[in-house]
Design a protein around this ligand. Structure first.
Ligand code: SF4
Length: 463
């Protein structure tokens, strides 16, 4: 096990090691669990520093930096190298137990997948060609677009070879992505069939469900003060995680049962289990949208993944909506009345900029009811960004309040501003004079598809 890190600063003259964390609002509002995490990080750096420089002791300085008034709030603690080592070794021991059990699971899983037999023999007409094409695409890391008639058994005909190819290519996870909820059910059914035909198959399956469908306390703000399933979440998570991996089959119902047994949030337990699942079944957006969790974790952890996209013809329209955002003056004006007083001024600025924009368009010859702008209007966008910052600060200071009805509007303005940040040649910005609506779209880059990947059929194995 190798542990490395980079602290923010070290002064050899005073033997002080610094770690800086930024915050907004009140210092006392920093949650104790966040603070504990910051100290744990610093203590690990402290031991690494003592070990690398043979220091008998060190002063650890956790510096909270207020980004609004630019002030530093250092908290210092003196530590001996021996005590830091005890802390460090205890952390590593806990991690190693888990990591070794994960390695063991992976060995058993891969051996089982290598011996997997197609569970619904005989193949239906065309199904073996389909399965062979998918297998070869997976082992060759190629993209494959498949069109097959209804009734051929597409789901199991693609799921099975993708599973079978996992040990061949050292694939960590398989993501099965669907456009609609029934698609998830069909995928789970296929996985159930595979598991049913191979009793005791060590394959962890996770179904990802949207927050509004898995939240147990929809009337509460989603954090540790009001929601009992968020409070102490990380204290109970290790036990919940152990129960979840033992269960292996984590569809919505099963995950909810485990979560409630351990009094943790089912939605966030699902997010956690993505790291430990072998197959994840969920909506397209988890892999393809602007803040896609599965894609982000894959990049972050360097996972090797296979991605099966069910009913891929839906991806075009879904991608358009994922990479588009629109805002209208009317909805901004309507939301303004619901905003807390402190946010009304930034909202007024946005509305004023909207009027400037309308006047500019009306002055142009001929007046265009619909126009394509070269880029999002600069002054209007700046006012939108100021509005977003003001809302961010407000939410930070009022974390315990129940969410206002205007919050979805903030998500829209945030989405627009984020999209605008990546505006480029691949993007469009439209303005509709009648509805005073600005729409931004970043068109997705075309992927390369092939009808069938060719290669060595013998690699497919006996099945
Ligand atoms: S923590 Fe979970 S249960 Fe609690 S409000 Fe958030 S999503 Fe709902």
């Amino acid at each position: 096990m190798r542990v490395s890190g980079r602290a923010d600063g070290y002064d050899p003259a005073t033997n002080v090691l610094e770690e800086v964390k930024t915050f907004r609002g009140s210092l006392t509002a920093i949650a104790p669990n966040h603070s504990a995490l910051h100290w744990a990080q610093l203590k690990v750096y402290g031991w690494l520093m003592c070990q690398s420089r043979a220091l008998p002791h060190i002063t650890l300085s956790l510096v909270y930096f207020d980004v609004v008034d630019q002030t530093e709030h250092p908290m210092n603690e003196d530590w001996s190298a021996a005590d830091l080592q005890v802390f460090f070794d205890a952390l590593c021991a806990r991690f190693l137990v888990w990591a070794q059990s994960e390695q063991g699971h992976r060995r058993i899983r891969d051996a089982a997948l290598q011996a997997l037999e197609f569970p619904q023999l005989p193949f239906r007409p065309g199904q073996r060609d389909l399965a062979g094409g998918v297998y070869k695409a997976c082992v060759q890391s190629r993209t494959l677009l498949v069109q097959a008639p209804t009734g051929i058994g597409k789901t199991i005909g693609t799921m099975f070879p993708a599973l079978r190819a996992m040990p061949e290519r050292g694939i960590d996870k398989l993501f099965f992505l669907t456009a609609k909820t029934p698609g998830r059910g069909v995928a789970l059914e296929a996985l159930h069939t595979v598991r049913g035909a191979h009793r005791g198959l060590a394959l962890r399956v996770l179904e990802l469900v949207a927050k509004d469908k898995s939240c147990e306390h929809k009337d509460k703000a989603c954090h540790g003060q009001p929601c009992p399933l968020a409070q102490g979440f990380y204290d109970r998570l290790p036990q919940a995680r152990r129960s979840a991996v033992q269960r292996g089959w984590l569809d919505q119902q099963s995950l909810r049962t485990v979560a409630l047994e351990h009094a943790v949030c089912p939605y966030y337990l699902g997010h956690e289990m993505v790291r430990w699942a072998d197959v994840v079944v969920g909506d397209y957006n988890y892999y393809f949208d602007r803040s896609a969790m599965l894609y982000g974790l894959t990049q972050l952890n360097g996972w090797r993944v296979s991605v099966l996209v069910d009913e891929a013809h839906n991806l075009y329209s879904r991608a358009c909506s994922m990479y588009s955002a629109d805002l209208s003056r009317a909805e901004t004006a309507a939301v303004r009345a619901e905003l807390p007083g402190v946010l009304r001024r930034p909202a007024d600025e946005v509305l004023n900029q909207w009027d400037v924009l309308v006047m500019e368009v009306q002055r142009s010859e001929p007046v265009q009811a619909w126009s394509l702008l070269k880029e999002p209007p600069e002054a209007w966008l700046r006012s939108l960004q100021r509005f977003n910052s003001a809302v961010g600060e407000y939410l930070n200071d009022h974390a315990a309040d129940a969410p206002g009805a205007w919050l979805p509007f903030f998500f829209k303005t945030l989405a627009f501003a984020t999209l605008a940040e990546g505006f480029g040649e691949h993007s469009l910005c439209e303005f509709n004079l009648a509805t005073r609506t600005v729409t931004g779209t970043a068109s997705a880059r075309a992927s390369q598809f092939e009808l069938l990947a060719d290669g060595d059929e013998s690699a497919m194995g006996a099945w």
